[in-house]
Design a binder for this molecule. Sequence first.
Ligand code: SF4
Length: 112
Amino acid sequence: MPYVVTEDCINCKHMDCIEVCPVDCFYEGENMIVIHPDECIDCGVCEPECPEEAIIPDTNENAEKWLEINRDYAEKWPVITVKGEAPADASTWSGKPNKFAEHFSEKPGQGS
Ligand code: SF4
């Protein structure tokens, strides 16, 4: 019963979640972070850290699509264990709809 990251992260990517995770199961894309659902131990400590409320438990009715996306890209992107800088324009992307369809990047991030 892992937690997953939704499209609310895209282009906001504050990364406050990264440093609280006890098992380092966040993976970094160019403009989004995902959780590896097979590594997440369901502790829940990252959920309140996200200012965009982008992290949800997979029991949430909207989680199914994001569970697949998190698993898929966690296998492709590098692990991130140290919080980096949020994009300079992060606040302008807060709460925008359809970010996955219109703005998601499959490119990996730097990792750390
Ligand atoms: Fe890491 Fe816990 Fe968040 Fe899972 S719920 S990603 S283990 S901090």
